[in-house]
Design a protein around this ligand. Structure first.
Ligand code: SF4
Length: 384
């Protein structure tokens, strides 16, 4: 599959750049030219402008994982966070190298679910609900025709490779905010008559998607690691892991009310990692790519408030001067870990590649490759 996204052009006349920033940008451009088609730089929407300007493709984690899977480039430099570069490594072959410019760029939400905690929750939930483990099915991932009810694990892309492997081995699947509805339908198709889904790590994406599919909140208990469930698990449809994004949790109902008071005709679009209360009072919600398309399709003169990471909101505001675009939270900071990808780190990685070194490589160990690849490939096979 080929996805064509507009590449950002580099404006070296940009007066907001310091001489040092301009020198780094120019050097990155030279190094890119030297590496040519051997190199692909992927940039997440939450990256700062001085990174995005060098990206060959810009997108959300779903789009970028497709780009990595379809690419023949030898070097894939992922300007995003750790789990994204891991997924790129899983989806590419052994002659391709995935790299992260700053190895400290993780994701606090992904860290909220660890393999030992998920394994222990899995055992307890199976015992309490009496559901079956799809690992025992002859063909995990296939639709069961044995009349049994199963617990199907679904992990958000924002999770470590060992959790994706767990999910793959237990007949489950990965999702992103672009395809969560399609993925949950896939999972329910395989859960059997009274089956359920264990969804981790982001409770809000799971809850908001479940509600949008008509699933009652009373059958979506929350599982707190090491403590247990806040509701009876019998009859549950989606068991939500108690994880959250510290950036999206900041958008509130009060901020929406404040914006509507200032702009009675205004529209509010938020990411589904926001709380259900914030999503409920917004006009629309969806992935970063959805938000981008939503804003682009609004008529000139529109007032819109966006509930997502500030770098993306600022870029949308710059690209649409004919619209009043603001961040729902005027005090919001960038995602602190996405912000760890500085142009100097990108330049350093490219310098080393030109010298013949492979720096900052993200290698997913062989013992978790098989299950995680299965879980990712199931996701990529699903239409949104
Ligand atoms: S915005 Fe939230 S979910 Fe995304 S990388 Fe940052 S902390 Fe993780």
């Amino acid at each position: 599959m080929t996805i064509t996204l507009p590449m950002c052009s580099i404006d070296f006349m940009d007066t907001s750049m310091s001489p040092e920033e301009r020198a780094i940008a120019e050097r990155i451009t030279e190094l890119k030219q030297e590496l040519g088609s051997r190199l692909m730089i992927l940039g997440h929407h939450y990256q700062r402008d001085s990174i995005v300007m060098h990206a060959d493709f810009i997108g959300d984690s779903f789009m970028l994982s497709q780009m990595a899977a379809d690419s023949n480039a030898e070097f894939i430099v992922f300007c995003g966070v750790h789990f994204m570069a891991e997924s790129a490594d899983i989806l590419t072959d052994e002659n391709q190298y995935g790299m992260l410019p700053n190895l400290r760029a993780g994701c606090s939400m992904a860290d909220m679910a660890t393999l030992p905690d998920v394994e222990s929750a899995w055992t307890e939930i199976l015992a309490e609900t009496g559901l079956s483990d799809p690992i025992n099915r002859v063909s995990p991932g296939e639709k069961p025709d044995d009349g049994k009810s199963y617990l199907i694990p679904v992990t958000y892309m924002n999770s470590s490779a060992d959790l994706k492997d767990f999910v793959g081995r237990h007949g489950g699947i990965v999702c992103t905010s672009s395809n969560a509805t399609g993925v949950l339908n896939w999972a329910f198709d395989r859960a059997g008559p009274n089956g359920a889904v264990l969804f981790f790590p982001d409770q809000h994406l799971g809850r908001n998607t479940g509600l949008s599919m008509g699933i009652e909140e009373s059958v979506m208990p929350t599982w707190v690691p090491k403590i247990g469930s806040d509701k009876d698990l019998k009859g549950a449809k989606i068991i939500l892991w108690h994880g959250f994004c510290s950036v999206h949790k900041r958008f509130t109902v009060e901020q929406v009310a404040d914006f509507r008071e200032r702009h009675p005709d205004g529209l509010v679009v938020v990411h589904p990692e926001c709380t259900k209360e914030t999503v409920e009072v917004s006009d629309a919600n969806g992935s970063t790519q959805f938000i981008k398309n939503y804003v682009e399709n609004l008529p000139s003169g529109s007032n819109v408030a966006i509930g997502t990471e500030i770098n993306m909101v600022a870029r949308l505001a710059d690209s649409h001067p004919d619209k009043n675009i603001e961040c729902l939270d005027d005090k919001i900071c960038p995602c602190s870990t996405m912000y760890m990808i500085h142009p100097a780190y990108l330049m350093d990685v490219l310098e080393k590649l030109v010298e013949g070194e492979i720096p900052n490589q993200i290698i997913v160990s062989e013992d978790v490759q098989e299950g995680s690849l299965l879980a990712l490939e199931r996701m990529l096979s699903i239409k949104k």
